[in-house]
Design a protein around this ligand. Structure first.
Ligand code: SF4
Length: 334
């Protein structure tokens, strides 16, 4: 197989070299903006990619130029064979990273180190125990918080993701930034996004502009803009003399699709060429029938829409009918 660097280029010239693989739809949290109230229908294991299928299909993407793989979920670490999958994937010529809710991290520190997985994203929507337990509908604040502290102590590159919601945790934006004063972490504020079952409406969201107004009003001239990397989804900042940094991910009010290099593979082996695409390409069934899935991948990327799966304007983006055929966040993995 040739390692063609640019074969996964879409009609807009965007090269796709970053694959996010959801290992499972299961999760040990029930965040209300991610997991539908009624939960999701748990399906038979046979409908999901096995370890070997994940590694083989990932290998096909690497042959097509993928250089970075991020493991997501549900919660990727609840999968029984997560360690084996990490051990196998880290043998590929890629950067391997993970997004986790942090609860089980202490059981994986050695696995991360053994596989050069240094970039760990942890979701934490509040620094207040009661509030986090309310958002997640579970009581794991202490283990998540102590695992974040441990990752920092052990020099992992830690990013903390918080979905900012009006009247829920928008009152903590300054506290989150103060957390970066003595902690070398990268706090990222994510605009609340619409997914199936999360009862989204933009009145519950806080825009990038509003967040920065709160920040600038509090920290004034001490806020410095730092350089955004190529393909970065985040707009990055730092408070003078703070150890860590913070950023805003503005998919709703200020999308960053122009430099999108991301592809998603769901736990049941479907390719999503955009986070918001309702149409998917089944790779698992043809793969199980011995069919080469490369052409399917190339074709799907070529068909990718320019912005947010065709939802260009905020009006279109706010039209729940346009989101209804997408999945819930828990079965995409962000
Ligand atoms: S909305 Fe779709 S096209 Fe835009 S950055 Fe996200 S995944 Fe890429």
């Amino acid at each position: 197989m040739n390692n063609d660097q640019n074969i996964l280029t879409d009609q807009f010239g965007r090269v796709h070299d970053y694959l996010r693989i959801s290992l499972t739809e299961r999760c040990n949290l029930r965040c209300f903006y991610c997991m539908p109230e009624e939960g999701i229908v748990l399906r038979p294991r046979s409908e999901f990619m096995s370890k070997d299928e994940i590694v083989s299909i990932a290998n096909t993407f690497v042959a097509l130029g993928v250089k970075k793989i991020r493991l997501t979920g549900g919660e990727p670490l609840v999968r029984n064979d997560a360690k084996e999958i990490i051990n196998e994937l880290s043998k590929l010529p890629i950067e391997l990273a993970i997004t986790t809710n942090g609860i089980l991290v202490d059981k994986f520190i050695d696995t991360f180190k053994a596989n050069r997985m240094n970039s760990i994203n942890v979701s934490l929507d509040s620094l207040q125990e009661n509030k986090l337990n309310k958002i997640t509908r579970r009581n794991y604040f202490k283990s998540i918080y102590s695992n974040i502290q441990r990752l920092i102590r052990e020099d992992f590159h830690v990013k903390i993701n918080a979905v900012i919601m009006r009247g829920v945790n928008d009152d903590e934006i300054i506290d989150f930034i103060e957390f970066t004063k003595d902690n070398k972490v990268h706090f990222r504020f994510i605009e609340f996004m619409p997914f199936d079952g999360n009862k989204w409406d933009w009145s519950k969201g806080i825009s990038y502009k509003e967040m920065m107004a709160i920040v600038n009003n509090n920290f004034k001239e001490k806020v410095s803009k730092i350089e955004d990397k190529k393909n970065d989804t985040a707009k990055n900042y730092q408070i003078d003399r703070y150890k860590g940094t913070f950023a805003v991910i503005s998919s709703v009010t200020n999308p960053f699709c122009d430099s999108c290099n991301r592809i998603r593979l769901t736990a049941d082996g479907r390719l999503k060429n955009c986070l918001f695409s309702g149409s998917e390409t089944d790779l698992l069934t043809p793969f199980r029938n011995g069919i080469d899935v490369q052409p399917l991948i190339i074709e799907s990327i070529w068909r990718k829409k320019e912005r947010r799966s065709g939802m260009e304007t905020i009006t279109q983006f706010s039209d729940s009918a346009l989101h209804s055929n997408n999945r819930s966040m828990v079965s995409i993995g962000g």
